[in-house]
Design a protein around this ligand. Structure first.
Ligand code: NAD
Length: 316
């Protein structure tokens, strides 16, 4: 009998979804990839286009466009579908609209018999991850939002650039809402085990004002990119692939994702960006950083803002 293979079902083949599919294929992370979108022609076109790259890929991936019945055999469902904010629309309008869309999508996925892991990237990601958890009825460990994985990557990239060090040797986290109330955890930021404050102490040319501005560039990066090219997608796509690899390879990797808090950080009943250990079962555990008072106050503020925005989800 053939060994069972890993299947990813991707819901939404827009900018983010198709970039994720391309990066997934290039890194050879899954054996099967099914593309599902309201716009069937787009999903079909993407499947054809991606298949034509197969002779150049590191391993074989079976790629096709399909429908929700294909989710029954999926190990991982990645959701990047949904409406984007239109001019004149408030964030709350978007929450209501995407909550409605998500209820329909998740019901169809669950009707297929899906019993794997959800990975959500659609914004507002912390709210929609909560919605997926609520509508699916799956255990909290198996519902993951991309959270601040991209913000953390931007932070590490900019710190690496500032100090002229490989970002892979920079360990620093952005936590909280994927949005305006996110915060940098300076108290635990280090380069190769040396704290940032230690690193800057004896080296002229570095200062706190520049580091504070660096964080503002992280927080506002999406606005800056959208102003120039209308959307952001390569960074988040690579973040989603990193998560897919951590799950399928049972890596126990620490990644900043939107995870359900059940007492951690003194908070309950909320999905929010925190470092967590990710493996084949989803989220193994949440890493509780020992935040300083200022960081904890900002984190609590972020939780409170998200709780208020959750209202439309809790109503349905
Ligand atoms: P897009 O408009 O290019 O793609 C959205 C896709 O969803 C479209 O192909 C559309 O046909 C599909 N869709 C809409 N309703 C659907 C439904 N009911 N069922 C199936 N498919 C449906 O948008 P995009 O640029 O790819 O962005 C997608 C989402 O990702 C947005 O919410 C965006 O804000 C978010 N995003 C998140 C991050 C992050 O860090 N989490 C980063 C960038 C973008």
């Amino acid at each position: 009998m053939l060994k069972r293979v890993n299947r990813v079902a991707l819901i939404g083949t827009g900018f983010v979804g198709s970039s994720y599919a391309f990066a997934l294929l290039n890194q050879g992370i899954t054996e099967e990839l099914v593309l599902i979108d309201l716009n069937k022609e787009k999903a079909e076109g993407d499947a054809m286009d991606l298949n034509h790259g197969l002779p150049f890929a590191p391993s074989r991936t079976k790629i096709w466009y399909g429908d929700y019945t294909d989710c029954g055999e999926a190990d991982l469902v990645v959701i990047t579908a949904g409406a984007n904010q239109k001019p004149g629309e408030t964030r709350l309008d978007l929450v209501e609209k995407n909550t409605r869309i998500f209820k329909g999508i998740v019901e169809e996925i669950m009707a297929s018999g899906f019993d794997g892991i959800f990975l959500v990237a659609t914004n507002p990601v912390d709210i929609l991850t909560y919605a997926v958890w609520k509508y699916s009825g799956l255990p909290k460990e198996r519902v993951i939002g991309s959270g601040t994985i991209l913000d953390t990557a931007r932070f590490r990239f900019l710190l690496g650039d500032y100090f002229d060090v490989d970002p892979r040797n920079v360990h620093a986290y952005i936590i909280g809402e994927h949005g305006d109330t996110e915060l940098p955890v300076w108290s635990h930021a280090d380069i190769a085990g040396t704290s940032i404050s230690e690193w800057t102490k004896n080296k002229p040319g570095y200062n706190q004002t520049e580091l504070d501005n660096l964080f503002l560039n992280v927080r506002d990066a999406a606005y800056h990119i959208i102003q120039r090219k209308g959307a952001t997608y390569y960074g988040i796509a690579m973040g989603l692939v990193r998560l897919t690899k951590a799950i399928f390879s049972n890596e126990n990797s620490v990644l900043t994702v939107s995870a359900y808090l059940d007492g951690e950080y003194g908070q309950n009943d909320i999905f929010i960006g925190v470092p967590a250990v990710v493996n084949r079962n989803g989220i193994r555990e949440i890493v509780e950083l020992d935040l300083c008072k200022e960081e904890m106050d900002k984190f609590v503020h972020s939780v409170n803002v998200l709780k208020k925005t959750l209202e439309p989800v809790l109503k349905r």
